[in-house]
Design a protein around this ligand. Structure first.
Ligand code: HEC
Length: 236
């Protein structure tokens, strides 16, 4: 029988196959390594990044995660269920303005009304602002006896959640400013501004609170909440 290949050629073939098998085996992940395996086409498979709990040589405390800025309140962790933040008390609405109202608050309310409400409700609050002048779409006339008689908490609720065409202002207008706007609207409706404040708010836990978690004392003053954090204070 004649040989197709010489003995020499056969030996080389066996060696080549063995070498190939060895190389293949070398690719198997037998032992874990800190370096990633050779990756001929990495695309963007591995990118440098910090893991939350990892160490960092960059920050002085050696931790990758930063602690929140002092005074930070996590979304949803604010005491949002109390009358000051909802305008609701028990089964009904807060009747008066649960914050002290003075000239500075009314000025603030007028300014905020001019920014947020006037384009639709008009400077006289008759519902005929620029929206009406341009498109004949009338917003509610705030002199409507129904709205004049409406508890302030219900107006607060409308502002917070919106109604029909009217957008919600819970994110764009801070709580104290919403009450200040209502105080200003009450003066447009003919009320005597200074007599508006009715600190009748008693939250569920029985301890009256003001904005920023400050105590609401019986005479309607908001006591300091311990720090001056928060941006909901009314300033003139
Ligand atoms: C984009 C136009 C628009 C803006 C801005 C707007 N409103 Fe309105 N508002 C309306 C319309 C329209 C209605 C009538 C809604 C309905 O009855 O469906 C309304 C209704 C109301 C009512 C009556 C609610 C009721 O129960 O009938 C109040 C109170 C009110 N708005 C207050 C405000 C205040 C305060 C602001 C500013 C923070 C404001 N609105 C901003 C369009 C607007």
């Amino acid at each position: 029988m004649t040989r197709l290949f010489s003995a020499e050629a056969q030996r080389w073939a066996v060696r080549t196959v063995c070498l190939g098998l060895l190389l293949l085996l070398g690719g198997c992940r037998g032992c874990p390594k800190s370096q990633p395996p050779i990756h001929l086409n990495p695309n963007m498979d591995s990118q440098p990044k910090y893991r939350a709990q990892a160490e960092s040589a960059f920050f002085a405390d050696g931790a990758t995660m930063r602690t929140p800025v002092e005074g930070t309140v996590a979304r949803g962790a604010m005491p949002m269920a109390d009358p000051l933040h909802t305008g609701r008390q028990g089964d009904g609405f807060v009747v008066g303005i649960p914050l002290p109202v003075d000239a500075a608050v009314l000025t603030r309310g007028q300014q905020r009304y001019g920014i947020y409400c006037l384009p639709c409700h008009g400077d006289q609050a008759n519902g005929r602002g620029m929206l009406y002048q341009r498109s004949q779409i009338q917003s509610a006339d705030l002199h409507d006896p129904r709205i004049v008689a409406m508890p302030s908490g219900e107006i607060f609720d409308t502002m917070t959640n919106g109604l029909g065409l009217m957008p919600a202002y819970d994110y764009s207008i801070p709580v104290a400013d919403r009450w200040a706007i209502i105080a200003y609207i009450r003066t447009l409706q003919g009320a005597d501004g200074e007599s508006l404040s009715v600190p009748n708010v008693v939250p569920n836990d029985g301890s009256p609170t003001g904005p920023d978690g400050g105590e609401l004392t019986t005479d309607g003053e908001v006591a300091a909440p311990g720090s001056d954090g928060g941006n909901e204070g009314v300033s003139g």
